[in-house]
Design a protein around this ligand. Structure first.
Ligand SMILES: [Fe+2]
Length: 123
């Protein structure tokens, strides 16, 4: 499973392309590894809702559409399969919907800048 890290000071979120084993610092402090689905927030607004059709996965966040305000929005969706990851970034006021090519046994992540990282497994 891919790891994502957050700087609690500036809000930077990173994931490693190569894990060299060192520790990550941002704003002079250690970055925090994000754990999925752990923030106390509405599941129906954060768990990615996936619809597989015609070789594609249409992902929206979530079952009830997540807000896309300037200070609270879905920053990115990511689809991970084995050692491959595809990421789409959103801006405020865009709809948190993106279409990926369907890949069996993949994981879809959604990141909310207020409520952290969420994921769902796709079979
Ligand atoms: Fe949120």
């Amino acid at each position: 499973m891919r790891k994502f890290y957050l700087c609690k000071k500036c809000g930077n979120v990173v994931s490693l392309l190569v894990d060299g084993g060192g520790s990550l610092l941002c704003c002079s402090e250690p970055m925090e590894e994000l754990t999925v689905n752990t923030v106390d927030a509405a599941l129906e607004k954060h768990i990615p809702h996936c619809d597989v059709r015609d070789g594609k996965i249409v992902v929206r966040v979530g079952e009830v559409m997540h807000p896309m305000d300037n200070d609270h929005y879905i920053n990115f969706l990511a689809l991970e399969h084995d050692d491959t990851i595809e990421i789409h970034n959103f801006k405020p006021n865009e709809e948190p919907i993106w279409t990926f090519n369907y890949i069996e046994n993949s994981t879809v992540y959604a990141y909310c800048n207020k409520h952290g990282l969420w994921k769902i497994e796709i079979n």
